[in-house]
Design a binder for this molecule. Sequence first.
Ligand SMILES: Cc1cc2nc3c(=O)[nH]c(=O)nc-3n(C[C@H](O)[C@H](O)[C@H](O)COP(=O)(O)OP(=O)(O)OC[C@H]3O[C@@H](n4cnc5c(N)ncnc54)[C@H](O)[C@@H]3O)c2cc1C
Length: 497
Amino acid sequence: MDGGKYDVVVVGGGNAAFSAAMAAREHGAEVLMIERAPEDESGGNSRFTAGIIRFAFNGIDDLLQLIDLNDEEIKNTDFGTYTQDQFFDDMGRITQYRSDPEMTEMLVTKSFETMVWMRKKGIRFVPIYGRQAFKIDGKFKFWGGLALESWGGGPGLIQSWTQSAKRNGVEVLYGTRALSLISDGIRVHGLKVRSGDRLWEIPAKAVVLACGGFEANAEMRTRYLGPGWELAKVRGTRFNTGDGIQMALDIGAMPFGNWSGCHAVGWERNAPEFGDLAVGDQFQKHSYPWGLMVNARGERFVDEGADFRNYTYAKYGRAVLEQPGQFAWQIFDQQVAGQLRDEYRIKQITKVTANTLDELAHKLDDVDPEGFLKTIKEYNAAVQTQIPYNPNVKDGRCTKGLRINKTNWANTIEKPPFEAYATTCGITFTFGGLRIDTSGNVLDTEQRPIPGLYAAGELVGGLFYFNYPGGTGLMAGAVFGKVAGDGAGKAAATVSV
Ligand SMILES: Cc1cc2nc3c(=O)[nH]c(=O)nc-3n(C[C@H](O)[C@H](O)[C@H](O)COP(=O)(O)OP(=O)(O)OC[C@H]3O[C@@H](n4cnc5c(N)ncnc54)[C@H](O)[C@@H]3O)c2cc1C
C-alpha cells in the first residue's frame, strides 16, 4: 500500500463515509476509505439499519425518479406527499426547535436531490410496504413521512455502495483504525493509523471523518449521557467508540449539539451487548403504540400513543433505561396482536402469553403482580371506547383521568390470550459531536474552518436534540457525506504537497 498517493482519506465504512468518498471522487481525487472493522463486520450502523430513509417529495412523480413501479402498484398505492415544509416542521417539533437552522435547511432542501444522486451511484430503493403502509379498501396508504427503503435494507445499502466504490476507483482498506490526525497546528495533513500490529501514517490533502458517534463506548456514554447509560445495550456496531470526535477535539475542534442526548429505543431485554448482524434491527420492539408498557412496579411510565411510532420510538429507550432495573414489559391483547410488526415474530425474544390477566401478572419476570393488575384495571376503565380505533391516523381514542393518559389508539386489554414482551434500552447513536460549516469543513473553537478536515454522519452535532424523526440518520449521512466529500475533493484539488 502506497500511503502517499491519496488526495482524500475518508475514515469510516458506513453510509456517510461512502457518500463522502464517492462525492470526492467526482472531483478527480484519489480516494481511500479506511474502515476499522474487518470486512465481514464492516458497514457500521448503516449496515444494521432497515435502510429506511426520510426525504421530501411532492408525490408519485418524484418517487418515480427513484423507484420502478408497475401500473398495478401505482394504482393500488397512495404514497401521499412529504413536502419540504412537512420535513422542516417535523425536525422543528421533534427537536424542540433546537436543531441548527442552517443544517436543517441543508438536510431538508438537499434530501431529494441527494436521493437522485444516490440512485445514479447505484443505490436502489423500494417502497416500504411492510412497515409504513396499511391496506385500506384494497389500497396501500403510506403514513409518517416515510415511503422508501434501500433495496436489501442496510446490508443491501452497504453492498451496493461497496460495489459502486469499486467501480469508481475508490479503495477501501478494512481492519484499519484511525488513531489520530496529523496536524501542524493549522492544517490537517493526514492520519496515524493502525492495521493489526502495524502503526503507520497516511498523508492526505484532506481527511473526512465519518466514523460514527460514541454509542459503543461505555465510558463516554456515562460521561456525556449520564449515569446508567453504561447499562444500555448497543443496537449496532461495536466499532463506533467516539474515535473521530476525540481525534478532532484533540486538535482544537469545536464540540457542538446535544452531547447529553442520543437515539435509544425499546430493545429485547436479553439481547447481546452489541448488535448482531444476523438479527439486524429485529431486536427492536416498536409496536407499543397499540399496547401498554409497564415497569417493575407494574406501572405505566409514558404515553404510548403520544404520536406515530416514528416520532416517539427514539426517545422512549431513555424512558425505559430510567425505570427500576432498566426494563419494561410491553402488553398486548388479541384485538391488536395481529398488527404487531415482524420483529415480534423472531426466535430470539423474551415473550410470555397467558389466558387471564391474573396469570399474565404472575408470568411477568420482576414485575409486582398487584401493581400490574391495578394498572390494567384503571387503564381499562379509562379508555374512551366511544371513539373509534384507527391505526392509520392519530385517532384520538384516548384515556381520561389517569396519571399518564394514552392519547391515541387506547384499546382495552381484555381479549385473551394476552402477550407480553420484555424490553430494555438499546442505544442507536449519540447526538453530540463536531461542528461543521456548509462545506462540511470542521470548525475550531474560534469557529474557523480547520483546513483539510471535514466531517459527516453521526459524529456531527447540531441536527438532533432530545429526539429524532425515523429515517433521518441515513439521509443526514448521505446529505452531509456528499457535502463533505465535495468540500474535501475541491480542497484537495487546490492543495499542493
Ligand atoms: C439497529 C439500527 C437500525 C437503524 N435503522 C435506521 C433506519 O432504518 N434508517 C435510518 O435513517 N437510520 C437508522 N439507524 C441509524 C443509522 O444507522 C445511522 O444514523 C447512520 O447509519 C450513521 O451513518 P454513519 O456513516 O455516520 O455511521 P456508521 O454507519 O456507523 O459508520 C461508522 C463507521 O466508522 C467506522 N469506524 C469507527 N471508528 C473508526 C476508526 N477509528 N477508524 C476507522 N473506522 C472507524 C465503523 O467501523 C463504521 O464503519 C439505525 C441504527 C441502528 C443501530
